[in-house]
Design a protein around this ligand. Structure first.
Ligand code: TXA
Ligand code: MG
Length: 324
């Protein structure tokens, strides 16, 4: 079955179609980078603004030179250590790369996905694939085929089934900026590969000088806007207070949002950020489907840097943060 679907995926990519592609982070909406009509179709299918650039997916680090003009030793080291995996590096783009992929920027985001089916499709298609997450613009990313089907029917989109995504949260988007004494790891979108981890690897080599980390987030990533990852019903963030009580919570919601929910459901995150990431989007969907008309998530006191990625998504998904 998988083999038949794999060759079907390859055939469609080569024929200039857009396909649904499993990756370890979230499902992608993928097209070959040398098929301009298919690249344009990705934006149309997603209803995504053309100013928001796509990530190019390669089968191995050695393919990066087909899209990036320059790769510095620091970047090569990060590719060696973190690829295949959920790390997107922003690099200077090659002039012959279709500018629509990069939304006219001089840079391109590149990553090598860890999902074996994704790499197989890229390798057998013989060309890198541009792929954003397989959801309509602003909506929650899909972590299994059924989620992709909320947006497009079987007739509209072929999706290669790779099972549920292991990571469940979009890749970290990072660029390295030279500084007077070394370089700065600039995190544009936090993910489960953390700024500290990246800096730690670069610090192993004295020749890279002093390494710092900075979180730029929405300032530098055109698509990383507020009100993204939005679920089907409003989500509110409440302070980490176990003693709030449902009455006070509902009063605060009514007062601050002007509407009292009939069926409020709690989105629980647990203690382990990796498990929380894997379950996050699926749980949001399940609670909506079970009839909740509002979701609430309580702030937690997790200090691991991975929580930053989860709260980044929740803050963008939320309609409001309650104040007490
Ligand atoms: O895990 C992922 O990265 C998934 C899977 C499918 O690989 N893809 C994904 O793509 O999340 P998308 O398009 O939903 O998000 C890409 C993010 C956007 O915020 C975009 O603005 C940013 O990466 N990005 C892409 N190219 C960029 C560039 N050249 N400079 C700055 N930001 C860039
Ligand atoms: Mg997305």
């Amino acid at each position: 079955m998988i083999w038949r679907d794999l060759s079907e995926a390859k055939r469609r990519v080569r024929a200039g179609e857009v396909i649904g592609l499993p990756t370890e982070t979230v499902y992608g909406l993928a097209a070959a980078i040398d098929q301009p009509a298919a690249i344009e179709r990705i934006f149309l299918l997603k209803e995504r603004p053309f100013f928001d650039p796509l990530i190019v997916h390669v089968a191995s680090a050695s393919d990066v030179c087909s899209v990036a003009a320059v790769i510095r030793p620091e970047e090569a080291l990060l590719m060696e250590r973190f690829w295949p995996g959920p790390l997107t590096l922003i690099l200077p783009r090659r002039p012959d790369l279709n500018p629509m992929i990069c939304s006219g920027l001089e840079t391109v985001g590149v990553r090598c996905p860890a999902h074996p089916l994704a790499r197989r499709v890229i390798r057998t298609s013989g060309i890198p694939l541009a792929a954003p997450s397989a959801n309509k613009f602003g909506k929650t990313s899909p972590t299994e085929v059924a989620h992709v089907r909320e947006f497009w029917s079987e007739a509209e989109l072929f999706v290669l089934d790779g099972g549920p995504c292991e990571i469940g949260l979009e890749s970290s988007v990072v660029r390295l900026a030279p500084t007077a004494s070394g370089c700065c790891v600039e995190v544009l979108r936090p993910g489960l590969v953390t700024g500290d981890e990246l800096a730690g690897v670069l610090r192993e080599s004295a020749r890279f000088g002093e390494i710092s980390v900075r979180f730029l987030e929405s300032a530098a990533s055109p698509g990383h806007v507020k009100h993204h990852y939005v679920p089907a019903v409003p989500l509110v963030i409440a302070p980490a207070d176990g003693h709030l009580g449902e009455g006070r919570l509902l009063d605060a919601i009514a007062q601050q949002l002007g509407a009292r929910p009939q069926r409020l459901a709690e989105l629980t995150l647990g203690k382990d950020p990796r498990v929380a990431a894997r379950l996050l989007y699926g749980s949001m969907r399940a609670l909506c489907e079970q009839g909740a008309d509002m979701l609430v998530v309580f702030r937690n006191d997790g200090t691991a840097e991975e929580w930053r990625a989860i709260w980044d998504r929740l803050e963008r998904a939320a309609a409001a943060e309650l104040r007490f």
